[in-house]
Design a protein around this ligand. Structure first.
Ligand code: ZN
Ligand code: ZN
Length: 343
C-alpha cells in the first residue's frame, strides 16, 4: 500500500497518496450508473442534424463533425465594453473571446470511444483548424478545448461534443505548465514532459498503451484515481505540429484508452478531458509539450471523488488509491469495446 507524498513536476505541488485508506467505510451518497438506451437521433437534441437550436438557427444535415458558435457563450466579442471601474486594487476587463461547440458525429449516441480511428483523425484535424484559426486572433491568448462527459460532471445531453473557449487570458493550469516547462528547460536544457515520458517508460508500471509515436500513461503524480495523460512522443507545443502518421497513432492510442475506460465498469466512463496546448499569446512556447489529460471524477463505479478540504480548501490533492494499481486495472482491460461484444 502506498502512503507517501509525490511531487507533481508539471504543477510543482505535492500530491498526498494515502492508498492505505482505500477501503475505509463509506456511508455517504453513492451514484447508481444507469445506462439507458440512447437513440441515434433525438428530435429534442440541440446538436442533432436538422434540429433547431435555442437561437432559432437550424443545424445543417452534417455528415461528420459540426462546429458552431455556442448559443450561450461565456465569452464573446459582444460582451459589454464599458465596465464599472472597481474600487481599490481590483481590476476587470471585457469578457472578450469566442465560445464554440464541436459535435463529433451526427449520431446522437456515439461516444468518442466508439468513433473509428479515421473519424477521430478527422476530429483531431478540426481541433487543429480551430486552434490555428482562433489562436491567430490578436486578442486571443489561449484556446482551451475540452470535453465534459457524463452526468456526474454536469452534462445532460449525451450527444458527443466538446467545447472551445478562446479567451483573452491564459487558463491557469496552462499558464503554470508553460511557466514550469520554460524554467525546467532553462535549468536543465531538457524538455520537462520528455523527462516525464522517459521516467514513465523506465518504470513501466503505469503505461496504459503506446505505439510508435504516441503514449498513454497514468502519471506517478496522478491526482485522480484514473487520471491519464495521452501525448505524442515528440514535443510539439500544440496539435498542429503532428504529422499525418502521428495524428493516426495519437487517435489510435486515444481510442484504445477510451475503450479501456468504458470496459472498466462496463459503462460510459465519465471524465473531464482538456487538451493542453501552448498559449497563443505570441510568446515562445517551444518547451511546451502538447498532451490531453483525463480527469475522471469517479473512484469506483458508484463513488465520486469529492473535492473538499485539501483540494478546495488547501489546493493540494489527496488520493486514496495507488497509481500503479489503478494503471494495472486499466491496462488489463480488453481492447474491444464491451458494446461490440454484445452484438
Ligand atoms: Zn443529438
Ligand atoms: Zn497538462
Amino acid at each position: 500500500m502506498v502512503w507517501e507524498q509525490r511531487w507533481h513536476p508539471l504543477r510543482e505541488e505535492w500530491v498526498i497518496i494515502a492508498a492505505h485508506r482505500q477501503n475505509r467505510p463509506w456511508i455517504g451518497e453513492t451514484l447508481k450508473p444507469n445506462e439507458v438506451n440512447i437513440p441515434e437521433y433525438d428530435p429534442e437534441c440541440y446538436f442533432c442534424p436538422g434540429n433547431q437550436r435555442v437561437s432559432g438557427i437550424r443545424n445543417p444535415q452534417y455528415q461528420r463533425t459540426f462546429v458552431f458558435d455556442n448559443d450561450h457563450p461565456c465569452v464573446g466579442w459582444d460582451a459589454p465594453e464599458s465596465l464599472e471601474i472597481p474600487v481599490g486594487i481590483y481590476k476587470n476587463k471585457p469578457a472578450h473571446g469566442i465560445a464554440r461547440v464541436v459535435c463529433y458525429s451526427p449520431k446522437h449516441n456515439l461516444t468518442l470511444a466508439e468513433l473509428d480511428v479515421t473519424e477521430i483523425v478527422a476530429l483531431l484535424k478540426v481541433w487543429q483548424e480551430q486552434y490555428k484559426e482562433l489562436g491567430s486572433h490578436p486578442e486571443i491568448e489561449h484556446v482551451l478545448i475540452f470535453e465534459n462527459k457524463g452526468e456526474v460532471v454536469g452534462v445532460s445531453n449525451p450527444h458527443p461534443h466538446c467545447q472551445i473557449y478562446a479567451t483573452n487570458f491564459v487558463f491557469k493550469y496552462i499558464e503554470i505548465e508553460a511557466g514550469v516547462s520554460k524554467k525546467y528547460f532553462h535549468e536543465t536544457g531538457r524538455i520537462l514532459f520528455q523527462d516525464i515520458i522517459r521516467s514513465e517508460v523506465e518504470d513501466g508500471r503505469r503505461i496504459i498503451c503506446e505505439n510508435d509515436s504516441a503514449i498513454a500513461f497514468l502519471p506517478y503524480f496522478a491526482r485522480y484515481a484514473y487520471e491519464v495523460y495521452v501525448a505524442p512522443k515528440e514535443t510539439y507545443p500544440d496539435l498542429t505540429g503532428l504529422s499525418e502518421k502521428e495524428l493516426r497513432d495519437f487517435a489510435a492510442i486515444l481510442k484504445l484508452l477510451l475503450i479501456k475506460y468504458d470496459n472498466l465498469w462496463q459503462m460510459p466512463f465519465p471524465y473531464v478531458m482538456p487538451l493542453h496546448q501552448a498559449p497563443t499569446d505570441g510568446k515562445d512556447h517551444s518547451t511546451f509539450h502538447f498532451h490531453i489529460e483525463f480527469h475522471p471524477p469517479l473512484r469506483k463505479p458508484n463513488l465520486l471523488k469529492y473535492l473538499a478540504g485539501p483540494e478546495v480548501g488547501g489546493g493540494n490533492f489527496l488520493t486514496d488509491t495507488s497509481p500503479e494499481e489503478k494503471a494495472e486495472e486499466l491496462r488489463c482491460q480488453s481492447d474491444v469495446h464491451y458494446k461490440q461484444n454484445r452484438i
